[in-house]
Design a protein around this ligand. Structure first.
Ligand code: E4P
Length: 214
């Protein structure tokens, strides 16, 4: 499973990219707003750090407007894909992007039907939002399960990005189900690398090493 970081913070991206495990980055308007910096400047900087798909979200509500944004944003770097909300105008824009060779990430997906339509329109990625579904009293991971099955049944080449991840368990479940990608917030990826028994083990190995005659 590919690992993406769900952030627009370049310090976090640099740190995690340094671990040698980072395959891409997803941003959204909220994450960009948190940084208080120019959108294009942030995306350009992320592209210089990570050699993989970088999602930048369009905010127009019409296909024509989304296309204008998509053409501009993809000038930044060939790795930029355009996040487009699932809606009728979004589907139109996804199909138009496909024709122009622009990669897209259908976002704000909350059902496998939405994922299926986005894939049919030619989305490169679909992003079901698991945590927000869980918060709403639905089991988010069920959408991942059914979407994986649907895409496998018809050999669709759209990749599934598990988004709105809230815990390390979401990452394990995503990998067990066979999702292509999990986009993980910084705080969660930091939790994934640690375990109290690892800390205890390192401490005791280092203490014992001091006893070795040198
Ligand atoms: C995905 O691409 C989104 O940026 C993100 O996962 C949304 O997650 P949230 O529900 O934590 O805002």
């Amino acid at each position: 499973m590919k690992i993406f970081l769900d952030t627009a913070n370049v310090d976090q991206i640099k740190e995690i990219a340094g671990w040698g495990i980072l395959d891409g980055v997803t941003t959204n308007p909220t994450l960009i707003a948190k940084e208080g910096r120019d959108f294009r400047e942030v995306v350009t900087q992320i592209c210089s750090i990570v050699d993989g798909p970088i999602s930048a979200e369009a905010v127009s509500m019409t296909a024509v407007g989304i296309m204008e944004e998509a053409r501009e944003l993809t000038k930044i770097h060939p790795n930029v894909n355009i996040k487009i909300p699932i809606m009728p105008e979004g589907l139109k824009a996804i199909a138009m992007c496909k024709k122009e060779g622009i990669k897209t990430n259908a976002t704000l997906i909350f059902s496998s039907n939405q994922a299926l339509l986005a894939a049919k329109a030619g989305a490169s990625f679909v992003s079901p939002f698991i945590g927000r579904l869980d918060n709403n009293g639905q089991v988010g991971m069920e959408v991942i399960e059914s979407t994986v099955t649907m895409f496998e049944n018809y050999n669709l080449d759209t990749e599934i990005i598990v988004a709105s991840v809230r815990s390390p368990l979401h990452v394990i479940d995503s990998a067990m189900i066979g999702a292509h990608i999990c986009t993980i917030p910084y705080a969660i990826i930091k939790k994934m690398v640690t375990h109290p028994l690892t800390d205890v083990g390192i401490k005791s190995f280092l203490a014992d090493w001091e006893k070795v005659p040198k």
